[in-house]
Write a protein that binds this ligand. Structure first.
Ligand SMILES: [Zn+2]
Length: 464
């Protein structure tokens, strides 16, 4: 043991020196807004209030599929919370949204040539029509791309088209890997129907190997027959792939009871801190309040929802007085057609000017920085504040960014910005039963709110 005393002593001395250094050195700094940023970081990490907000949203409201009673409960939840926190101008703005329901029946099985039945985990894709009660039972054509499907179209008639192109693991950015695979989910049913397929079965959009299917939106085209579309778990997809290699005539059976009901009214939820000097200039901090009906919608986008509420709370409770208005907007229906984002951008707001909009919709993971959708002249007006975010390692401000909900504002010339986080695990959870509250870490979550509070506050003070 004694041989370890010296290294232990040395380590302790170094450690305490480091503590002393890190406690005293920042206070000698004179860079603009460093004191404010430090206060935001300290209060955020000390209280971690984003986490208790997320717990309440996930466990007392739950998943919030657009058009559902739970989504309406979420609207009230957001409004009540903003009122309780003392935000200004708290209100809702109505938008019309689709109302698709999953139904109780979601069953899939592989039936091999000898008649043996192997259950597979599937779930309907959002917007899909259902099957008849007896379901669809058909042989399977496996493809990796729409081009491959076209080349095999003579074999496609009457079959279930199995789209089995995995997300590309070589991509550093998991979002890019998702982008490279997700057309199978969105357009698989249309492409299947074009060649006479009777259903689309799509490999789940995740790099994780598990037995959990991931849902997400799909669409139809009026001139093409509608066929049902479902996601299969990655384990199920691999099993189906290997069984097909030895038994080409196996069949898959799918039963779905999902359906689309008439549109309903819902709303965006809005609250703000009015600017003390230029209230007409607005910085939006936004997220989407709706989620899929799988899991709790914790990372997607419960995390974003509490990020923006907590960011505004931090600024308000620390007594910071933004010169320009910072407005939290919980957009309704990002997942199924952006109705809230479109309604917000369309609304006439006399005398107001949006100077930028920041969206958080990448999960409650450790923030890394912001992607700024600005030209090379405007971009430095944002990137120059990276030193305020460096203490939490979130100072990576890069060009190109925004978000789905604020994309309509971008069309109006507003600079749109996306919070960037460490996204390696995002698609483990995304749109699935895995996306539950317990998958979110309180400090990682809070740091996202802290980053948004710092960035929106300094923009509110300095403009662009
Ligand atoms: Zn989302």
């Amino acid at each position: 043991m004694k041989y370890y005393i010296f290294p232990v002593l040395l380590c302790s001395i170094l450690f305490f020196s480091f503590l002393t250094f890190s406690q005293t050195s920042p206070q000698s700094s004179t860079k603009p807004y460093e004191d404010d940023a430090r206060k935001i970081i300290s209060e955020g990490l000390q209280s971690c209030k984003a986490y208790s907000m997320l717990q309440d949203l996930c466990l007392n409201v739950g998943s919030r599929l657009v058009g559902s009673p739970a989504a309406e409960k979420a609207v009230n939840w957001g409004k009540e919370l903003m009122l309780k926190l003392g935000f200004q101008n708290v209100h809702t703005e109505v938008c019309t949204v689709p109302h698709w329901v999953r139904g109780d029946v979601e069953k899939g099985s592989i039936i091999n040539s000898s008649g043996k039945l192997i259950p597979i985990n599937i779930c309907a894709l959002g917007g899909s029509i259902g099957t008849t009660e007896n379901g669809i039972e058909a042989e399977v054509l496996e493809v990796k791309s729409f081009d491959e499907l076209q080349s095999l179209k003579d074999e496609a008639r009457g079959k279930i088209i199995f789209f089995n192109r995995a997300m590309d693991k070589s991509k550093i950015n998991s979002g890019e890997a998702y982008g490279g695979a997700v057309n199978q989910r969105g357009s698989g049913a249309v492409e299947a129907a074009k060649v006479g397929g009777v259903a689309a079965l799509v490999r789940s959009m995740t790099m994780q190997l598990d037995n959990v299917p991931h849902t997400g939106s799909m669409h139809y085209v009026d001139t093409i027959p509608k066929v049902p579309a479902a996601a299969i778990s990655t384990v199920g997809a691999n099993m189906l792939d290997s069984l097909l290699s030895i038994d080409k005539n196996l069949k898959v059976k799918i039963q779905l009871s999902c359906q689309t009901l008439p549109d309903v009214e819902s709303a965006n939820v809005i609250g703000e801190i009015k600017g003390s000097e230029k209230p007409e200039e607005v910085i939006v901090i936004g997220c989407h309040l709706d989620s899929w009906d799988k899991g709790h919608g914790a990372h997607d986008d419960g995390a974003g929802t509490v990020h923006v509420i907590e960011a505004l709370r931090l600024i308000k409770d620390l007594g910071l007085k933004p010169k320009r208005t910072i407005r939290a907007v919980l957009f309704m229906n990002e997942e199924f057609g952006l109705n809230g984002g479109i309604a917000y951008a369309k609304k006439d707001r006399p005398g107001e000017k949006h100077i930028c909009a920041i969206e958080t919709d990448a999960g409650g993971f450790t923030p890394r920085g912001f992607g700024v959708g600005a030209d090379s002249i405007t971009f430095p007006k944002f990137s120059k504040w990276s030193y305020l975010l460096d203490p939490i390692d979130a100072g990576r401000i890069t060009r190109g960014g925004g978000g789905a909900d604020i994309s309509e504002l971008a069309k109006l010339g507003v600079v749109t910005i996306g919070l960037r986080v460490d996204g390696q695990r995002y698609f483990d959870y995304h749109h699935s039963d895995n996306d539950t509250f317990d998958k979110v870490h309180p400090r990682e979550l809070e740091l996202g709110a802290v980053a948004i509070a710092i960035f929106s506050y300094v923009i509110a003070q300095e403009g662009i």
